[in-house]
Write a protein that binds this ligand. Structure first.
Ligand code: MSP
Length: 647
């Protein structure tokens, strides 16, 4: 096994038992989950699954943030008591995560008695130490963000200063209590110096540092004007400010005050996964609260970016609000994917599409393309080709044969890169390592070309099939944190039946062959009439299938068309290939005008060596039949995704 698999760079160790604690934010219950919430939760799920597979005992917590003015107002609008309202909404969040197969191990609600006890215990402790003290507050409050702002923050328009909010704020003037955040400024800076991984990615850490260096003010932590919150134990007229209450969920869920053994084992958390919107609460106020309470700080706070939808901030009124159900419906309509398969595809898209930590932009076409290319074409075909060759050439028995050192090396390197990336929360790099392995094995199928060996070199065929199945086992193990449902199907197909904490044992190249079973298409594509039987040997043709496969034929869309300035038979076409644009000079001017070309889908030979034709570069060739009156374009019989392969 590679070194990286046994030298995890982080994680809580307790003697022989390896433990790992990861949390998501606890979500507000005044709405339902959308793409953004799903992103954080599925990412946390992937990390949790990877750690379990490495033999860690994992505490993976998510939950709901139920107190505060926002919930109280939402309950009033529905004509319900706050408690009835949050009970209903919290249950919806929980069942949503269950439907998505999220492997959380605890779901915390801030209205639970275990949590109220934590809040009151910590408040009493901080009141006694003087870290919480009485005062009066006057300033502005943004209810959607549940945040206090100064005159300068809100400006003349009195709008919430958060870029992603910008909604009107309300004036607040009341008596209450403050937390002495200012006293922790130096401690926090020292902590950042001593723990460069405390806030990730690095650029977020710099932001936090600059914010602290500008000087910290004490924060107001109670509310007097409404009752929906945890009463202050030393002043029962008042309730706790919702953020002070919410942050403490992380210690409640690990057992604070209820189960010291659990708390000792699972606190401090290894990762608080959040987005950039709530970074200051997590990287400034929260560690100061913990320092004041004499509790250890979390190991890492990772703030990922924000998703927009089709270049817009997600908003119901603009129709740019996307949920898991919308995305799954789309894959069902377009490809016939069932819900669990669609959930895997959503995870894959979210993990693959952006560098973890940066903002993302969701586009429907990009989402479908990933499904079709990365999952159906690359991963799905690899799996079905190899398994059907085993069934066809070896009646389903994986032959015993010698290890191909190159395949072994690439598999082991990919697994090492994958787990290193997972350990350092570089989710996109882990997916990259996975994807490259799939692509490598697809190329390896072509190189071995088992269909050429049958009847001619049976030993070579055994070796090819054996090494490909070994490779599939690596793909399967690495897929499980990313694509749990599909991974499970692949695992069954390969008879990989060790329990989850021992799954990395599957990453030993050269194990004895286990029986394999064929599976149906992992990622269906109802638009394709038939899966092409790519492994068959086309003896009736003049060329080998491998020769044909050298042609990179795809469907492209014409985005611009004009007359060639120096040739009267040629048009200049700018084509969207799904992976960028390119220019093609096409000899179709007699048959087509530039105007009728724009928006048309054509079949493009993409890997033709570029040439210059009468001063214009042509980076490919558009296919046409020789009609009696001039060329007739070959076009898909009905629209398909741009970039779809032509076979
Ligand atoms: N209740 C607080 C968190 C308390 S944690 C102690 C809260 N809740 S929230 O429902 O508004 O969730 C915010 C979180 O949802 C973000 O930090 C992020 O994890 C996720 N996202 C919400 N919208 C998002 C995007 N548009 N893009 C990516 N993630 C986003 O804040």
């Amino acid at each position: 096994m590679s070194a990286a698999l046994s030298t995890s760079t982080w994680g809580a160790y307790d003697g022989r038992v390896k433990r790992f604690t990861i949390t998501t934010p606890i979500y507000y219950v005044n709405g339902l989950p959308h793409l953004g919430h799903t992103y954080t939760t599925v990412a946390a799920d992937a990390f949790a699954r990877a750690k379990r597979m490495q033999g860690y005992e994992v505490l993976f917590a998510t939950g709901t943030d139920e107190h505060g003015l926002k919930s109280e107002k939402a309950a009033r609008q529905r004509g319900l008591s706050p408690q009835a309202y949050v009970d209903e909404m919290s249950a919806k969040w929980r069942s949503h995560w269950e439907e998505l197969g999220i492997s959380f191990t605890d779901f915390i609600r801030t209205t639970e008695p275990r949590h109220k006890q934590t809040v009151q215990a910590i408040l009493s402790k901080l009141r006694a130490s003087g870290d919480v003290y009485p005062g009066t507050y006057d300033g502005w409050y943004c209810t959607p963000c549940e945040s206090f702002y100064s005159e300068d923050d809100v400006g003349e328009e009195r709008l919430c200063p958060n870029d992603w909010c910008r909604r009107p704020t309300d004036w607040v003037e009341e008596r209450g209590y403050y937390f002495k955040l200012s006293a922790y400024q130096e401690h926090l800076l020292e902590h950042l110096d001593a723990h460069p991984d405390f806030v990730l990615p690095d650029f977020r850490c710099n932001e936090v540092r600059r914010f602290i260096e500008r000087g910290l003010k004490d924060v107001y932590i109670s509310r007097a004007s409404f009752k929906w919150g945890v009463p202050l134990p030393f002043d029962r007229e008042l309730v706790t400010y919702v953020w002070f209450d919410a942050l403490l969920n992380y210690v409640t869920v690990t057992g604070y005050g209820q189960d010291e053994e659990r708390f000792g084992a699972f606190w401090p958390a290894d990762v608080h996964l959040i987005a950039k919107d709530i970074l200051r609460f997590h990287a400034v106020i929260w560690p100061a609260m913990l320092q004041a309470a004499g509790l250890p700080l979390p190991r890492r706070v990772f703030a990922h970016g924000f998703w927009n939808v089709q270049d817009e901030k997600m908003s119901k009124s603009k129709g740019s609000f996307v949920t898991t159900a919308d995305m799954a419906d789309d894959l069902k309509r377009t490809f016939g994917a069932d819900f669990p398969t669609a959930v895997d595809a959503i995870r894959y898209f979210l993990f693959r599409e952006v560098t973890f930590g940066l903002d993302g932009n969701f586009r429907w076409q990009a989402f479908r393309n990933r499904y079709e290319r990365d999952l159906a074409n690359d991963l799905g075909n690899l799996f079905s080709r190899v398994l059907s060759m085993i069934s066809r050439y070896r009646q389903g028995e994986v032959p015993r044969a010698s290890v191909d050192p190159q395949v072994k090396e690439i598999c082991e390197q990919s697994a090492a890169r994958y787990f290193d990336a997972m350990d350092s929360l570089k989710l996109h790099e882990a997916v990259g390592a996975f994807e490259q392995l799939v692509q490598f094995l697809n190329r390896q199928v072509e190189l071995y070309a088992p269909w050429k060996l049958t009847g001619r070199d049976e030993e070579g065929l055994d070796r090819a099939l054996y090494n490909l199945v070994e490779g599939l086992r690596f793909v399967t193990v690495l897929s499980l944190p990313l694509l749990p449902h599909t991974g499970e199907k692949m695992r069954q197909a390969l008879s990989l039946d060790m329990p989850e904490p021992r799954l990395t044992e599957g990453l030993r190249f050269g194990a004895s062959p286990a029986p394999v079973r064929r599976v149906g298409a992992l990622f269906p594509r109802k638009t394709l009439k038939q899966e092409v039987a790519m492994e068959s040997s086309p003896q009736s043709l003049q060329i080998e299938i491998a020769d044909f496969q050298k042609l990179d034929l795809v469907v492209a869309e014409v985005v611009e068309a004009r007359l060639h300035p120096n040739a009267d038979k040629l048009l200049l076409l700018k084509l969207d290939t799904g992976a960028g644009q390119l220019q093609v000079v096409a000899g179709i001017r007699g048959s087509y005008t530039p105007e009728e070309m724009v928006g048309k889908q054509v079949v493009l030979l993409r890997n033709l060596k570029p040439v210059t034709l009468r001063g214009e570069v042509s980076e490919g060739m558009v296919l046409a039949a020789e009609g009696g009156d001039g060329p007739v374009l070959l076009v898909p019989e009905r629209p398909v995704s741009v970039g779809a392969k032509v076979r």
